[in-house]
Design a binder for this molecule. Structure first.
Ligand SMILES: [Cu+2]
Length: 680
């Protein structure tokens, strides 16, 4: 991060890191690492062991702008996964499974107790669990107690364990016994590809995910991957961020600061190129004069490396698989050419192949591309990085000639205000130069075809499209024979109580359900968030989302939004298996949230925004989504917005209890989460 050039600017971040960086021999830029890929040897199942650790130290390589000496940074106090007995890592192996395979995770809870500190909203507790974001996890037969838990995030492992396979765990609130292991069995029947796994213990999600605990999961479709691997260089960009306290002067180790402050580096303002050069891979504290702000740094590693270089070879275009694995931070990505340009560089138009694990459709295929891409927490994107398509080369008809010398570019997040600065609302995520990109020269000057976009990437999903028949889907041949789907109430004794209190009231035809996002109790305005998650029903008719009906009884008062607290309370929503519901998501607050629902996906039908609202920026490229048939599992909700979505509850694996929530994990931990129960 700190080349000689930086020192000239007397960057605060450089002086802070100066004592913490260890210089290594060699001068090559630090390349974005290729992950270790874990694949199943057979067609039936893949099994991994996953060790949840905390208080761990990671060595983070630090890249430079000019290929100067390699450096590393030591960060302590992290939460990391160790996979299959290997050391816990910021960028753990990527699990690649095939469609229809069973994926077994043996979870080992190795979290150690951490003394509570007065500054924490939520003390660090050694409880954890696992959520496979975007993937269906069936609630299955009682004979398999691990599978019986489905995607119930209120089941946790509450202390160090040896990973005993498939030991049933009661809900945390019931539990005060000795150590237990937990495991998850998931049957991967979703067709589209980029998912991730992270802990989901209510109250600890922000601390654990923000400490680095997550890993990637990719589901190969039945066909087509071979040609993707042959034609493209696949790059995995896992975005995380770490607040770090100043380095210990003797050990040079920086310790993670669990206290989150989105304004640590100051509020968002346009940056000059000189200022961008000070933000490679991280940002220094804002010079506010306040003592609390002036200490530490904030780094944004990409796949475990701070400011890596991504080299794009002339004859091998790339596919970038990008995941926002930060707990709270939002990114507004641009790809800009920095070499040979004067003034503000122009963003290259990025070609998006898939969003949030859902492949874009033919409508999206005709889209000219996106100058910027907003990734709120948990959002994913797959991009086609072909220098010709990006305009790095010179076009000659349908062919292109690449430049004679290397072109240097940068992946940047422009920063994002999730609320209006002037109204002091929301968070103010910083502008960071995340990675350096080198488009290699083609000295042969031969013309080349533009890489084709693989047809399979543009195929809409025939199964999950809610426009299709709503008839309950039958168990497919791809599912393992030993999984028997039973009604939820029959097989999990500890859940029987909830099941009996859940009786679905179906939406009448032409009605929509209204879900309101609000701040909780007025007295604790900034610390509690809630969801008004009742079965409010709204006659849909021919109206748009500007429906006056929504507000005919007035906006709810701050105290009307329940802030989630008790895992064992009756489910907030009861839905009949086989329904496709229309939900109107209403953001009653003055900051952005992002809606995420487990165990299903949704199609966006309408988006209504408050005109002139500055924080509409969090919608970014997603405003085009209503024209696409893509199914999302998370979606931004700007302040005051209404977003209409269709959600299918038509798969047997969905029977059971799961949650929907804001994926800004600080909001989720503070109550912006609610339960839904699908009953047969
Ligand atoms: Cu939120």
């Amino acid at each position: 991060m700190c080349s000689g050039t930086y020192i000239l600017y007397r960057s605060a971040i450089c002086s802070l890191l100066a004592g913490a960086l260890t210089t290594l021999a060699g001068a090559a830029p630090v390349e974005l690492p290729a992950p270790r890929i874990l694949r199943a040897p057979s067609t039936s199942a893949i099994s991994i062991s996953l060790r949840a650790t905390n208080k761990v130290r990671a060595t983070v390589p630090v890249g430079t702008a000019d290929g100067g000496a390699n450096r590393t940074l030591q960060a302590d106090g992290l939460y990391l996964y160790g996979v299959n007995g290997t050391a816990p890592a910021l960028f753990p192996p990527v699990v690649v499974v095939r469609q229809g395979q069973t994926f077994n995770v043996r979870m080992i809870n190795d979290l150690q107790p951490v003394p509570a500190s007065a500054s924490q909203d939520h003390p660090e507790v050694p409880f954890t669990n696992l959520h496979t974001h975007g993937v269906l996890v069936p609630t299955a037969a009682a004979a398999n107690p691990c599978a019986a838990q489905g995607d119930n995030v209120f089941v946790v492992s509450n202390g160090p364990s040896t990973g005993a396979p498939c030991k049933p765990l009661p809900a945390e609130s019931h539990h005060s016994g000795p150590a237990h292991g937990s495991a998850v069995l998931g049957q991967l029947s979703y067709r589209y590809p980029l998912f991730w796994m992270h802990p989901h213990r209510h109250g600890s999600s922000e601390t654990q995910v923000g400490g680095g605990m997550s890993m990637l999961l990719y589901v190969d479709p039945l066909r087509g991957q071979g040609s993707v691997q042959r034609n493209f260089d696949v790059k995995w960009l896992m975005l995380k961020d770490l607040h770090l306290l100043p380095a210990d002067s003797r050990s040079r180790v920086l310790t993670r600061n669990t206290k989150y402050d989105s304004e640590f580096c100051g509020r968002l303002a346009p940056l000059s190129e000189k200022e961008w050069a000070l933000r490679r891979g991280g940002c220094p504290p804002a010079d506010t004069g306040a003592a609390s702000r002036s200490e530490g740094t904030w780094v944004f590693p990409v796949s475990g490396v701070i400011y890596p270089t991504i080299t794009v070879r002339a004859r091998k275009p790339q596919i970038w698989r990008i995941t926002n694995a930060s707990a709270d931070a939002s990114y507004r990505l641009q790809l800009v050419v920095t070499s040979g340009s004067a003034g503000t560089p122009k963003p290259l138009s990025m070609r998006v192949l898939a969003l949030d694990g859902g492949t874009l459709d033919q409508d999206a295929a005709r889209h000219p591309g996106f100058d910027e891409l907003v990734l709120m927490p948990s959002a994913r994107a797959e991009l086609l990085i072909d220098p010709c398509r990006l305009g790095v080369g010179t076009m000659a008809g349908s062919r292109c000639i690449l430049p004679k010398s290397d072109v240097i570019a940068e992946v940047r997040t422009l920063g994002l205000d999730t609320g209006d600065q002037e109204r002091d609302a929301g968070d103010h995520w910083p502008a960071i130069a995340l990675a350096r990109v080198v488009f290699k020269a083609d000295r042969t000057q031969r013309t080349r075809e533009i890489s084709p976009v693989q047809a399979r990437m543009l195929e809409p999903d025939p199964i999950e499209n809610p426009l299709r028949a709503v008839a309950p889907e039958q168990t497919t041949g791809a599912q393992p024979r030993h999984v028997t789907m039973l009604p939820h109430a029959k097989h999990a004794a500890h859940q029987a109580e909830a099941a009996t209190s859940c009786s679905p009231v179906p939406l009448p035809a032409g009605h929509a359900r209204v879900i309101r996002f609000g701040n909780g109790l007025a007295k604790t305005y900034w610390t509690h968030f809630g969801l008004l998650a009742t079965s409010s029903r709204l006659e849909w008719g021919n109206n748009s989302v500007k429906l006056p009906d929504i507000d005919k009884d007035g906006t709810p008062k701050p105290g009307d939004y329940p802030s989630f607290g008790a895992p064992d309370s009756p489910s907030n929503l009861c839905i009949r298996y086989g329904s496709v519901e229309r939900w109107v998501l209403v953001n009653d607050t003055d900051e952005c949230h992002n809606f995420h629902i487990h165990q299903t996906r949704f199609r966006v039908r309408e988006i209504a925004l408050v005109e002139g609202e500055k924080a509409n920026a969090c919608l970014g490229d997603r405003k085009a989504s209503k024209d696409f048939k893509t199914l999302h599992d998370n979606f931004p909700l700007p302040p005051g917005s209404r977003v209409v979505v269709d959600i299918p509850f038509t798969r047997p694996q969905q029977i059971g209890k799961f949650v929907y929530h804001c994926h800004i994990l600080g909001h989720e931990d503070r109550g912006m989460i609610a339960t839904v129960e699908v009953v047969p």
